[in-house]
Design a binder for this molecule. Structure first.
Ligand code: APR
Length: 270
């Protein structure tokens, strides 16, 4: 391990401070789930009929709920077929070692952190495991209905519509994910909890995100502004790597999550 990185991690370990891991699509890339903005990215490749940035909106859901569901059911299927990798498992080991001193903030809806065994998780963009009433009728969070295997061409049927009906009010269920034209909140996405964790962090460990979204950027600014150590793990340049290099206790690790996280977690837990 790079001596500078080792020193930062040893300091955090000795101080018994709080650690916040902030993950993005990059940590699941090695599980075979495409990232959003990479060459094969979900937002880049697109669906047959729509630009995905338009698809992942409340406006599109209101206009074409069946099309939006069809697209999500395909994505959820890809997530469900994937398995956690060594990067996810390293964060489980870190949580077990640090207990309440550890918080995982993830942008991923794929559920792989949870399935790997992480429990202290704030899923700030939602979680494919859940659905909720699109009219917020008060039914709460419901398990995502089992819909069978799908590809992009699988048609949306009447039976699908019935399965995706709110049992309380009879309206549409919606995926439990944050859309581009919606705002973060505490109730659904744990926004305040994530900001609190960032403010209390002694180390912010950022993994596999391009830093394009609002709340993660804010988390980075808060943690760095309070003097937290900042380690970024990403094979490519990104705003968190730049922030890490600018900060007194920062290090940008150029590498893949599954490869670098096990040694980083071990150094923090030792
Ligand atoms: N290990 C670590 N990082 C990786 C790996 C890997 N094996 N492979 C790719 N990456 C990095 C890429 O270099 C890139 O910086 O992961 C990042 C993925 O970036 P995005 O595709 O933009 O994904 P993410 O940052 O999670 O997107 C944030 O944007 O569209 C919304 O809601 C969506 O949650 C998503 C959010």
């Amino acid at each position: 391990m790079e001596p500078e990185l080792e020193e930062i991690l040893a300091e955090v370990r000795a101080a018994r401070g709080a650690v916040v891991a902030l993950t993005g699509a990059g940590i699941s890339a090695e599980s075979g789930i495409p990232t959003f903005r990479g060459e094969e990215g979900i937002w880049v490749v697109g669906s047959r009929h729509h630009v995905p940035q338009e698809m992942a909106t409340r406006a599109m859901f209101d206009a074409r709920p069946d099309e939006v569901w069809r697209w999500y059911l395909h994505r959820f299927g890809v997530c469900g077929a994937a398995a956690p990798n060594a990067g996810h498992r390293a964060l489980v080991a870190l949580e077990r070692a640090l207990g309440e001193r550890f918080t995982l903030v993830t942008q991923n809806i794929d559920g792989l952190h949870r399935r790997a065994g992480s429990r202290r998780v704030l899923a700030i963009h939602g979680d494919a495991a859940w659905a909720r009433c699109a009219a917020e009728c008060g039914v709460g969070r419901l398990p995502q209905p089992e819909m069978g295997p799908r590809d992009r061409a699988t048609p949306f049927t009447e039976a699908d519509r019935r399965r995706l009906t709110c049992p309380r009010c009879g309206g549409w269920l919606r995926p439990h994910v944050l859309w581009f034209d919606e705002c973060y909140d505490e109730e659904n996405y744990g926004m305040d909890s994530a900001l609190r964790a960032a403010a209390a962090a002694d180390l912010l460990l950022v993994v596999g995100t391009s830093g394009e979204t609002n709340l993660p950027a804010q988390i980075g600014r808060i943690a760095a502004g309070r003097g937290a150590a900042l380690v970024d793990v990403n094979p490519e340049e990104n705003p968190f790597a730049a922030l890490a290099r600018r900060s007194a206790r920062g290090f940008a690790v150029r590498g893949r999550a599954a490869e670098r996280l096990p040694e980083i977690a071990a150094a923090l837990a030792r």
